[in-house]
Design a protein around this ligand. Sequence first.
Ligand code: FMN
Length: 156
Amino acid sequence: MSAKRHLLIVYHSQTGSTRQMADAVIRGARHPDIDGVEVRVVDPLDAGADDLLWADGLILGTPENFGYMSGALKYFLDRVYYPCLEKVDGKPYALFVRAGNDGTGAVNSIQRILKGLALKQVQEPVLVVGEFEDSRLAECEELGMTMAAGLAAGVF
Ligand SMILES: Cc1cc2nc3c(=O)[nH]c(=O)nc-3n(C[C@H](O)[C@H](O)[C@H](O)COP(=O)(O)O)c2cc1C
């Protein structure tokens, strides 16, 4: 039997809206039809370089706060950046972001840092702005499923 591929999901939510998205992403990533992928979900305040080095793929989620990713997610990236530099090149990643009226600052700030780490964005970010339509949860589920299925199939 071949070794499992590893998918790390790190997200932060202060008032629960990003958590709704995360729950859908995790449901997709753990879809029963996908074999051979271990999904690890870690709070950004607890996650560290060992988690990112373990991962074959990464999904990050955050609300936009003050035009940037949340402080908790930034704290995760602050701590893993140098220990993981040149050790995670080419690993695939995807993002989901919840915002009141914008979201681009959160998306851009994460993309800039992950570009520095040489991670490769393999899907368009799911960005939910304003009113939360439940239909957007299907996109979140698909984001998780696509990443896990891609890892399982060796596409990424
Ligand atoms: C401190 C703070 C700063 C925020 N800054 C922004 C912002 O810069 N742009 C924006 O679109 N929404 C902003 N929001 C709105 C949040 O992104 C939005 O309420 C989101 O749904 C919160 O996600 P959560 O429920 O997962 O914490 C801010 C909210 C808070 C609490």
